[in-house]
Design a protein around this ligand. Structure first.
Ligand SMILES: Nc1ncnc2c1ncn2[C@@H]1O[C@H](COP(=O)(O)OP(=O)(O)OP(=O)(O)O)[C@@H](O)[C@H]1O
Length: 228
């Protein structure tokens, strides 16, 4: 259902070109959890950016849930992304002036996916799902990092995206909060959520169904993870 086929990304600037990704192919099944790893600069974020339509491939194709993302005109890309993809970042990136429930409602308001009268209830249900219903009316600045990241996951799920993307989501959390967040992400995957995560964290790699390793923009290893 998700497919990168021969995807490449080259950046041009100052007369030099930089190849961030080269001939990268990956298929992710519905409900699968794939972790992408590799050293700094190896191309991990580029993979995520292509899957999320935040960037376009220089070569190759990107398919998400039947949509040819590489072929979408610029004007349709942001709209598609808002409905089909949820993204969680290392530094949460919540709107500081909005409460937790308002942050979660924002993607619904922007995409117009759900009837206006249902959005607040849906956002509250997601905060409940992420075990932080009591944070609904608080501002991000008054929450711990772990709580903020849960709000960010709830926000990413607001439009029931076909694909959840996460870029080092535990990178700014302590061990206990990181483990709690990973438990919640495990539960979402067990419920059928497709997840692609960039990470350096060995604890995350052990939880994935499959890991993909990049070196200098190329896949050098792909392996199934044995569980239990
Ligand atoms: N906008 C850009 N312009 C020019 N070069 C870029 C751009 N974005 C990424 N690159 C280059 O592409 C390569 C891959 O970058 P990418 O961010 O995908 O790596 P990464 O594995 O995610 O790194 P990190 O772990 O440090 O986030 C790097 O050499 C980077 O410098």
């Amino acid at each position: 259902m998700i497919r990168l086929a021969g995807a490449g990304k080259t950046y041009a600037g100052n007369g030099a070109t930089c190849t961030a990704l080269s001939g990268f192919s990956l298929q992710v099944a519905r409900g699968e959890f794939v972790a992408v790893t590799g050293q700094s600069g190896s191309g991990k974020s580029t993979v995520l950016n292509l899957l999320g339509g935040l960037d376009r491939p220089s070569t190759g194709e990107v398919w998400v849930d039947g949509q040819a993302v590489h072929a979408l005109p610029e004007r349709d890309l942001a709209r598609w992304r808002g409905r089909a993809v949820g993204i969680v970042f290392q530094f949460f990136q919540l709107m500081p002036s909005l409460t937790a429930v308002e942050n979660v409602m924002l993607p619904m308001d922007l995409a117009g996916c759900w009837p206006a009268r249902e959005r607040r209830g849906r956002a509250l249900a997601l905060l409940e799902r992420l075990d932080i219903p009591e944070q609904a009316d608080r501002l991000p600045g008054a929450m711990s990092g772990g709580q903020q990241q849960r709000v960010a996951v709830a926000r990413a799920l607001a439009n029931a995206p076909a694909l959840l993307l996460a870029d080092e989501p535990t990178g700014n959390l302590d061990t206990r909060n990181a483990a709690a967040l990973l438990d919640l992400l495990d539960e979402l995957v067990a419920d059928g959520q497709t997840l692609v995560m960039v990470t350096h964290d060995p604890a995350v790699l052990r939880r994935a169904h499959r890991t993909v390793t990049l070196v200098d923009g190329r896949m050098v290893d792909e392996r199934e993870v044995r569980h239990g």
